[in-house]
Design a protein around this ligand. Structure first.
Ligand code: AMP
Ligand code: MG
Length: 423
């Protein structure tokens, strides 16, 4: 059985990030959540010109070294105006925030520090050269990288691209993720349940998860526990997707065929069991580009491997495995900068008593939040059981009780994995 860290390392070692061949050009309006394929370079200096940081008056600092200087106002520069007058000795220009500094001026005085005087203004302060002036190129020089390759685009990044007039973005394609549910007992959400049947809830959980991660879900439905059907479904999944998520059929039951089929097809198995609760059975396999060709499954002429995750069937186990292991893999494949691939962990004060689970690391779901003393963890109410989907609602963190540790009492610190998409 692998440790969680070893399993994570093996999985990440299989992930080949998208590269040059995976670029797409999209309009900026479709950029949210996409990953930049290449850096965006500043088209010009930022700010583009010297401008005012305040509403007030543009002046020559030399004229106002002491409080009380009287100046003549020769111009007015609103935002968007382009002043053509040059300030001479004893002259000022009315200016508004963002207004272009007139030539000759080298400082701005806030309007609150001026009063109207005889045919002009009086400056009630001593002025230093450069004050309240945003100088051309202060924030960034033309040609500098303003957004790095691998950046995930959110509101701030899109504003930066827009300000730079980068109306079309070069981004990496979104990974295609096939989703497959195995089990004779499964029915779809709108079917009438017969005794012994359960709804395939994993399909909905995994579809939402993939969408949240920026992937494109490829729903392949339910496959019964017959070896030939499982083989057919797995072949279809690996032929269509960059990554496959199947649930069920990876335990030691008589109808659990996923692992055997993956081996038969020649997948390189990276993990089988991981020392984690929930989520011990985790079969991860890689099909290399060569293997896909050999199997006749490279119809799209792909030159990259497919990673297969055989997740446990229990709904809670399946999601915990996704959060702990699939999320980093998807981030890595998506081409995000490497420092945003790993999950994020915080130390939180637990408000619920937490119990360990023997030698495996126990991941307990609940809510992580912040109060004036820092992070705290509130465990889910009711039973921790990997079949109890009900109390998974509202989960924002997984508290980790390391293998061998028995309890964490109320008020003690516990490590919590955040369930979120790191920016
Ligand atoms: P398995 O891993 O196939 O042994 O399944 C373990 C448990 O998870 C069983 O109780 C299944 O009924 C349940 N299960 C398996 N697949 C799903 C699914 N797609 N949606 C909800 N529950 C499932
Ligand atoms: Mg099953």
């Amino acid at each position: 059985m692998l440790s969680v860290a070893e399993a994570e390392a093996r999985i990440l070692a299989l992930c080949v990030p998208f590269g040059k061949g995976d670029r797409e050009i999209i309009p900026i309006t479709e950029g949210r959540g996409r990953i930049l394929a290449e850096a965006v370079l500043a088209a010009r200096d930022v700010p583009h010109w010297d401008n005012s940081a305040m509403d007030g008056f543009a002046v020559r600092a030399l004229d106002c070294q002491r409080s009380g200087a009287a100046l003549t106002v020769i111009d007015e520069v609103p935002a968007g105006g382009n002043p053509d007058k040059i300030l001479g000795l004893g002259q000022a220009a009315r200016i508004f925030t963002g207004g272009v500094l007139p030539r000759g001026a080298d400082a701005v005085v806030m309007q609150e520090e001026t009063e109207t005087g005889d045919g002009g203004i009086v400056i009630n302060t001593a002025v230093k050269a450069g004050q309240f002036v945003r100088r051309r190129g202060d924030y960034c020089r033309a040609g500098a990288s303003i957004l790095a390759a691998g950046t995930c685009l959110g509101p701030a990044e899109l504003a930066i691209a827009a300000a730079n007039q980068t109306a079309k973005l070069s981004v990496l394609r979104r990974p295609k993720v096939a989703i497959l549910s195995t089990g004779n007992e499964l029915v779809s959400v709108d079917q009438t349940l017969q005794p012994g049947q359960i709804v395939d809830s994993n399909r909905y959980a995994l579809t939402a998860f993939v969408e949240q991660m920026g992937g494109i879900p490829v729903p392949l439905g339910i496959v019964g526990d017959r070896r030939e059907d499982v083989t057919k479904a797995i072949r279809q999944a690996i032929s269509e997707a960059d990554l496959v998520l199947s649930t069920g059929g990876v335990s030691v039951g008589d109808y659990d065929y996923v692992e055997a089929v993956l081996e038969e097809l020649g997948g390189a198995i990276a993990t089988r069991k991981v020392s984690i609760k929930p989520g011990k059975p985790l079969t991860v396999a890689q099909f290399s580009a060569g293997k896909l060709r050999h199997l006749g499954l490279d119809s799209q002429g792909r030159d990259r491997p497919v990673i297969y995750f055989g997740l446990p069937g229990n709904p809670v186990s399946a999601l915990v495995s996704c959060w702990r292991f699939v999320a980093p893999a998807l981030r890595a494949i998506s081409g995000r900068s490497p420092d945003t691939v790993a999950p994020q962990f915080v130390k939180a004060t637990t408000r619920s008593p937490l119990r360990g689970a023997g030698q495996r690391d126990n991941y307990l779901w609940g809510r992580v939040a912040v109060d004036k003393d820092g992070f705290y963890f509130q465990g889910a109410t009711g039973h921790y059981n990997s079949a109890n989907l009900i109390n998974l609602a509202g989960t924002t963190g997984l508290a980790i009780i390391p293998g061998g540790q028995k309890t964490v009492e109320v008020g003690e610190l516990v490590e919590v994995m955040l369930i979120q998409e790191p920016g």
